[in-house]
Design a protein around this ligand. Sequence first.
Ligand SMILES: Cc1cc2nc3c(=O)[nH]c(=O)nc-3n(C[C@H](O)[C@H](O)[C@H](O)COP(=O)(O)O)c2cc1C
Length: 364
Amino acid sequence: MKPFQLLFTPLNVGNLVLKNRITLAPMFLCYGNSDGTVSEKTIEFYERRAKAGVSLLVVEASAVDPGGIGLTRMIRVDSDNYIKGLSLLAKAIKDAGGYAVLQLYHGGRYSQQPIAPSPVETYLAPEKKIIPRAMSIDDITELITKFGEAAERAKVAGFDGVELHGASGYLLTQFISPRTNKRTDKYGGSFENRIRFPLELVASIREHAGKEFLLGYRFLSDEWLPDGFTLNEGKMLAARLEEAGVNYLSCNAGTYESRSIPEIIKRTSKKGYQVDITYEIKKEVKIPVFVNGRINTPELAEKIIRKGKADAVALARPLFADPEFVQKIFDDRTDQIIECTNDMLCGRQIVQGIDAVCSQWKKR
Ligand SMILES: Cc1cc2nc3c(=O)[nH]c(=O)nc-3n(C[C@H](O)[C@H](O)[C@H](O)COP(=O)(O)O)c2cc1C
């Protein structure tokens, strides 16, 4: 058996057949134009990785509503004006041999116009405390339609699918977490009520883009905070999303707030730190499950697939560090792979509004 044979076995995801098990996890890099349109640099980034063999590429968080934009130069999908640029991006990815998926995003309390299920303040840093405006039922209803319309635009632009951003602490997470959702109406309180918003988004996307269009979900397996969304709830939500027609889950535990705790920083610095927790979610569903987090060697990726811990790997920084990661495995040149070192230079740059570069590129 060849060393990385399992990585190159096809995988059915919705109606698509992925040629291998290596997908690009969404990664906002501050490459877009300041008006929210797709830039040439954005296209080059995705095209290059698709050409080098990545099977499915999830394009970074893209705003479904101008008020929901988090960082400057995010891609926007909130009006038909953006379809032209998005079409060029989808075509470039597909012509290069990959499947193109657009991630649909609203930052909630981390937006430029912060809104959230409840006015619970953010506490990323004392100087950055924000108390978001609590969403009215009308706000919720309007956003449910906007997510659906954004999915429809992605479809018109030629994308193969969309991925709902349900992780990292953004709006969907704020609804499912009892820490940030203190509502007493049908969108808050019980588990059933807290998951209502994401389930209604799924239904809206299905209504606008049809049953055949690929719909993935960026999934919070566990918030990793004592009073937060738990793994047990994650297991139940996974099954409910599958039942609602989601085609895959891309599991990503932790939020900005938990990921700033020293113990969690230590945990997330380990290679493959989400393999076991992702497997807990995988056991609950039949749809494909992608595992994220520091899978920066082909050996680890192959082992995950061999052990049946996940159906595919979702790599962000490893594919940023080395665009030819997949090609080098295919060509038996793994000794030439430029490894992500987890220094998070890229992460620090984007929050400052600087085009991300990788510290390892100098090794080329
Ligand atoms: C610079 C940067 C930008 C990111 N942007 C997104 C994003 O737009 N959407 C998302 O769901 N996750 C985003 N992530 C999280 C990654 O997709 C990924 O889950 C995380 O980096 C861990 O995986 P890795 O070790 O393969 O990089 C981002 C991460 C980084 C470092």
